[in-house]
Ligand binder design. Structure first.
Ligand code: DCT
Ligand code: MG
Length: 512
């Protein structure tokens, strides 16, 4: 499923289950009679607008499809006040003062409260109302560092990183601390990298980072040196450090983590050649596969390869379960064009769950000679279990960490194949690709999608935000409100953001 069409498919599935279609949902009781909302579609898109309208109606708000005379509140997202004004003019509305023009954050606050909240602080650029259009049209809202949230789930971070030279250095520092199992320092650099990835300008002076969150002394030292010297001597030292270099090599093997690297390093081993030569080492099945397909697995997965594997996964899953929903998640859903693996979520919108589905899928690949490796993990989810408080905890879904054989396109054909190229029998005409398949019950799909889309930092901050700002617990299965002692159901990612009182962040804006 591609990311743009995903929510639409989701609505279709809901309809099949006999739920109200968004466009037909006029039968909710209106609880709040004094306000009439109109949600602007501009820069929001139809799917999201439809979803939000449905959500508000369900909660007892009156929402109009059209900009009728009865509308009192206009809600806009990613539009300045002037843009809204301009749009209203296009709708032949001359007197805009009869509406309150509000930012989407007012709407999400209302949804969270379950009633209209005071709109005072949510007016869209109220101060610009009286200004003539021509003088303000070119005005760019200035960047206010102190408004930048410490949580990446409150920032929109695309792949357009203007501060790569800083964030690369931070990521090296973070990785070195990870190898030393110093979680606090590691997270300090990961959070700082995430803030700089979000900045809409490249940092050139120390003044540029003034007032920003997550800029501790260690981080500032690195930034200062890069500004002055063009590079970080600390990051350079790490790159030349013997322990770091060994850990970097060891952990590049599928199945080898920090613990195994530590063990090998203590044994005096330093390179992958030494590991391979040491016949006394007992490697796990996963590590053996990691060494066997090493070259393929370290070379990144391209978007074209991800598309080819998506087709294969969808076709195979649909052989057994035609209604199944197969969604690519992870970095590719966030718009990345390369990745270290391909992540998929599979769910069945029908009433029936099929515990055997994943087994059937891998068995078929095994028969077809496409399965190079498979580590099957059965579901350990217990009904009504509270979400895990551990930010980096593994979820409890049934899943499979696999390595698939993807045949390369033939010379005369640009498409990938799922069968052998007989013309080139002696040459290796395939590539080993790491694939994660995760099976989720339909009612947990939205939470699983949010978790598996990542980025890791975005997910960590969502959970931290839920815990510290909302007294809720979030994981890949559910959201639990500790104050009300209830689980909050969600049929889409948008609903989860609304439960948390957060503005919706699109997948490609989650590259924190
Ligand atoms: N994730 C999760 N639980 C796990 C593993 C991963 O919730 N046990 C989330 C975090 C990010 C997302 O799933 C995908 O994980 P990765 O594939 O490791 O990251 P990625 O963002 O897809 O990056 P890459 O391009 O390296 O695959
Ligand atoms: Mg991935």
């Amino acid at each position: 499923m591609d990311r743009i069409r995903a929510p639409a498919v989701f609505f279709q599935r809901k309809k099949q289950k006999g739920m109200n279609s968004p466009s037909l949902s006029c039968n909710y009781e209106v609880k709040f009679k004094t306000i009439v909302i109109f949600i602007m579609q501009r820069k929001m898109g139809m799917t999201r607008r439809t979803f939000l309208m449905e959500l508000a109606r369900r909660k007892g708000f009156r929402v109009e499809n059209e900009l009728s005379d009865s509308v009192t509140h206009i809600v806009a997202e990613n539009n300045s006040y002037l843009e809204v004004l301009d749009w209203l003019r296009g709708q032949a509305v001359s007197d805009s003062s009869r509406f309150e023009v509000l930012d989407i954050s007012w709407f999400t606050a209302c949804m969270e409260a379950g009633r209209p909240v005071d709109s005072e602080t949510y007016h869209l650029m109220e101060q610009d109302r009286s200004a003539p259009l021509n003088t303000l049209e070119s005005e760019v809202p200035s960047f206010i560092a102190s408004n930048v949230s410490q949580y990446s789930c409150q920032r929109k971070t695309t792949l357009n990183n203007l501060n790569k030279k800083f964030t690369d250095a931070f990521e090296i520092m973070a990785e070195n601390y990870e190898f030393k199992e110093n979680e606090i320092f590691c997270l300090e650099f990961l959070r700082a990298a995430s803030v700089l990835k979000f900045l809409p300008f490249p940092v050139t002076r120390m003044k540029d980072i003034q007032g920003l969150p997550c800029m501790g002394d260690r981080v500032r030292d690195v930034i200062e040196e890069i500004i002055e010297e063009g590079e970080s001597s600390r990051a350079k030292e790490v790159l030349n450090d013997e322990r770091y270099k060994s850990f970097k090599q060891f952990t590049s093997v599928f199945g080898v983590g920090v613990k195994t690297s530590e063990k090998w390093y203590r044994m005096g081993l330093r390179t992958l050649e030494e590991i391979k030569a040491d016949k006394t080492l007992k490697l796990s099945k996963m590590q053996k596969a990691g060494f066997l397909y090493y070259e393929d697995l370290v070379s990144c997965v391209s978007k074209a390869e991800a598309d080819a594997v998506t087709l294969l996964v969808k076709n195979t899953v649909c052989t057994f379960l035609p209604d199944a929903l197969v969604t690519i998640t992870g970095g590719f859903r966030r718009g990345k064009t390369i990745g270290h693996d391909i992540d998929f979520l599979i769910t069945n919108p029908g009433p029936r769950e099929d515990d055997e589905l994943l087994h059937k899928v891998v068995d078929l690949w095994k028969k077809q000679g496409l399965l190079l490796y498979c580590d099957m993990i059965e579901s350990t989810f217990v009904k009504e279990q509270l979400p895990s408080r551990r930010v980096d905890a593994m979820d409890n879904f049934q899943k499979c960490f696999a390595i698939l054989k993807l045949y390369q396109p033939r010379e005369d054909d640009s498409s990938y194949n799922t069968s052998k190229n007989f013309d080139f029998a002696e040459v290796k005409d395939w590539k080993a690709i790491r694939v994660d398949l995760v099976i989720t019950p339909f009612e947990q799909y939205a939470y699983a999608l949010l978790g598996w889309t990542g980025s890791r930092q975005f997910g960590r901050d969502l959970r931290r935000y839920a815990t510290h700002e909302k007294k809720m617990i979030l994981d890949n299965h559910a959201l639990y409100d500790r104050r009300k002692r209830i689980f909050l159901k969600a049929g889409s990612e948008e609903e989860i953001f609304a439960h948390l009182g957060l503005d919706y962040v699109e997948p490609w804006e989650r590259n924190a």
